[in-house]
Design a protein around this ligand. Structure first.
Ligand code: F3S
Length: 285
């Protein structure tokens, strides 16, 4: 099959930065090094880091005395950092600068007397961290229906989960405008995700099918698949090349590939190799 890889597929600047900082920490630290949650949403990368000695802790309570902790690119709430310092831990903060901006805007809006609305997934660690920067006072919603159901808010401040698509937040903000008098919106979308989605959406209508590669827990990978589905319904989301089956590609001659921000180049290359070797399968009569 002909395979076309979208520009900007794979590791974003924030993930590269987090990986570099975690590697430097492992090189330099003499004692235990722990990450609060998996460093990125990619099982191979997390496993490779575990082999190098980076342990994964689920919460502050699980962190060992005297350890160095790595805060991942999704960020955390201020109480987590404070708790770590109080425990005497050395903190290496790899929070992506785009996420830091969203946290700062949310905190500033609350301090200025706005009710903060975060458009995003309430369970995603990034959103949990942003809400914590409003002392838990922010409302999280992710759909037009949820926005329409809000009570009227005189002063509303809005931020977005960084990896959301611009199309999605435009729709939800449109609904929020009817629920507030003064509505202050900060565009906290991440430039890397926006560029990745744009090139994938441009490629999707030009091919018979799109393959989106990335971790199942990765929000930006799921968003990438969703925006592509709007312009080409034939979209397959996979984590590994081994998940590709010739049956799925029945009638496909040209396939596009893009990948979430935590997908390593090697994984993308394996997928491309496997797709290139597949013979186009005719549509069954
Ligand atoms: Fe940061 Fe965007 Fe990557 S928020 S971690 S540059 S996907």
């Amino acid at each position: 099959m002909d395979v076309i890889v979208a520009d900007n597929a794979g590791f974003c600047f924030g993930v590269k930065r987090a990986i570099k900082m975690a590697n430097e920490t492992l090189d330099q630290a003499s004692g235990t090094v722990q990450a609060l949650g998996p460093l990125i949403h990619n099982p191979q990368v997390v496993a490779a880091f575990q082999r190098r000695g980076l342990q994964v802790a689920g919460s502050l309570e699980e962190l060992s005395t005297g350890a160095t902790i790595v805060i991942r690119s999704h960020g955390v709430g201020p109480e987590v950092k404070k708790g770590a310092v109080e425990k005497g831990l050395r903190v290496v903060d790899t929070t992506c600068p785009f996420v830091t901006k969203a946290q700062e805007y949310a905190g500033r809006l609350i301090a200025d007397g706005y009710k903060v609305v975060v458009i995003g997934d309430a369970h995603h660690p990034e959103v949990v961290g942003i809400v914590a920067h409003t002392s838990g006072k922010a409302i999280v919603l992710d759909t037009i229906a949820e926005a329409n159901a809000l009570k009227f808010i005189p002063r509303m401040g809005v931020v977005f989960q960084t990896t959301h698509s611009i199309m999605h937040v435009q729709e939800v903000v449109g609904a929020l405008l009817k629920r507030g008098k003064e509505v202050r919106v900060f565009n906290t979308l991440c430039g890397a995700t926006t560029a990745m989605q744009k090139t994938a959406v441009e490629l999707a209508p030009e091919v018979d099918a799109m393959v989106i590669v990335g971790g199942r827990q990765s929000a930006n990978t799921a968003q990438l698949a969703e925006v592509c589905r709007k312009v080409n319904p034939r979209v397959l989301m996979i984590e590994f090349a081994a998940e590709l089956t010739t049956e799925w590609f029945s009638g496909v001659r040209r396939v596009g590939v893009s990948a979430g921000a935590s997908t390593p180049d090697e994984v993308i290359a394996e997928v491309v190799d496997r797709l290139t070797q597949m013979e186009p399968v005719p549509i069954p009569a």
